[in-house]
Write a protein that binds this ligand. Structure first.
Ligand code: GLA
Length: 367
């Protein structure tokens, strides 16, 4: 039995595939997989999920290939394929998946499913992967089996999360640094807009392509190597939309480093301001927010420091999903009620709110 967490990204959005920095944390919501050897010695893995009807049967003696786009079991299937490619063959098994990470909520339910599967397969095959290799295997599963050209943030944090720590990840060197965040005076309040986000739909891939185009025109390997000055000087060469995409990425990488410094210094006001600035940049320059995410941030900003809100931004890929707010811990109950009521009044959608401490990464619950 293995478990892997979802995540919220505190700051550093759409920077991972630009070789930049991200600052996510694992949350106290998990995907759990339980498996037992197949009783009849068959060489198939039967997968069931409490969130889907029917079972998927994966024949381990046949070459694996992706199921049609949108099939929920493409994630575990891709991870199994990754183990087989490394010569590690699990035996036949019956497996059941259950998750408390909301699906399509921008909290990386897909990475949690991939990493939980990989953690289970490490036990089933005896192949213990290095954490970086494990995260990369899961990312590859998402690229090749789910058709989503994601960066490395979600799989890394689901593997490497540590209780009471954020993970500052340099996505170029893949060097992780755990940054302690355990001040009991502040909390992270997560609001799910309950607008489903859908990242396989092309917008994400388009943003990636625009970033690559910007890097090419600026003459750098990736936007990590660009500066605000370089971008300003090259403005005439860039299409205005591509220019704005690059402006977001370059400024967001800078904000992420400043945010890590603010967390190290328990400078919550600065962190909060960086979160608001990140949201504005994602909304105006990167254009991956939506009316409902903007509504949560506006409500939070309206409540302000007097009401216990220090900062707020959308989190994850965007186009729906969740916002994360840095708040005073003592104000959580009042704030949750107020944000929920105001959000519902503005959008006619009931949100879901919860608080999470930075949680631990994937674990084997029972070997
Ligand atoms: C999704 C991707 C990540 C990252 C974020 C945006 O969650 O899976 O790799 O690019 O979007 O920051």
């Amino acid at each position: 039995m293995a478990a892997a967490p979802g995540r919220v990204n505190v700051i550093g959005e759409h920077t991972d595939y630009n070789d930049g920095f991200v600052l996510p944390m694992a949350i106290e919501l998990y995907t759990v997989i339980a498996a037992a050897p197949a009783a009849d010695g068959r060489q198939t893995i039967q997968l069931r999920s409490t969130a889907a009807h029917g079972a998927a049967a994966i024949d381990l003696d046949q070459p694996l290939k992706p199921a049609p786009k949108g099939a929920w079991f493409n994630y575990p299937l891709g991870v199994i394929a990754g183990f087989l490619a490394r010569g590690a063959k699990p035996g036949g098994a019956d497996a059941l998946i259950h998750s408390t990470v909301p699906l399509g909520g921008g909290l990386s339910s897909s990475a949690a499913l991939e990493v939980a599967t990989a953690t289970l397969l490490e036990v089933m095959t005896g192949l213990k992967l290095d954490p970086v290799d494990k995260a990369l295997l899961c990312q590859k599963a998402e690229h090749e089996y789910a058709g989503m050209p994601c960066g490395i943030m979600d799989q890394f944090i689901s593997v490497m999360g540590r209780q009471d720590h954020l993970l500052l990840l340099d996505c170029r060197s893949r060097k992780p640094e755990l940054v302690p965040m355990r001040d009991p005076a502040v909390a992270l309040l997560i609001t799910n807009t309950n607008v489903k986000h859908e990242l396989t739909g092309g917008q994400y891939a388009q943003r990636r392509a625009q970033c690559e185009q910007a890097a090419r025109l600026l003459g750098v390997t990736s936007l990590r190597d660009a500066t605000a000055d370089l971008l300003a000087r090259a403005r005439g060469k860039l299409d205005p939309v591509v220019y704005r995409r690059a402006r977001h990425v370059i400024s967001e990488i800078e904000r992420t480093l400043q945010a890590a410094q603010a967390v190290r210094a328990s400078n919550w006001t600065t962190l909060g301001q960086l979160m608001y600035a990140s949201h504005a940049s994602l909304r105006d320059d990167y254009q991956v927010s939506c009316a409902e995410l903007d509504a949560v941030v506006e409500i939070a900003q309206g409540i302000g420091p007097k009401g216990g809100v220090i900062g707020c931004r959308m989190t994850g890929g965007g186009f729906g999903g969740c916002a994360v707010a840095l708040v005073r811990a003592e104000a959580v109950a009042d704030l949750s009620a107020k944000v929920a009521a105001d959000y519902e009044k503005r959008t006619r959608i009931k949100p879901s709110l919860f608080v999470s401490r930075p949680a631990a990464g994937a674990t084997v619950l029972q070997g």
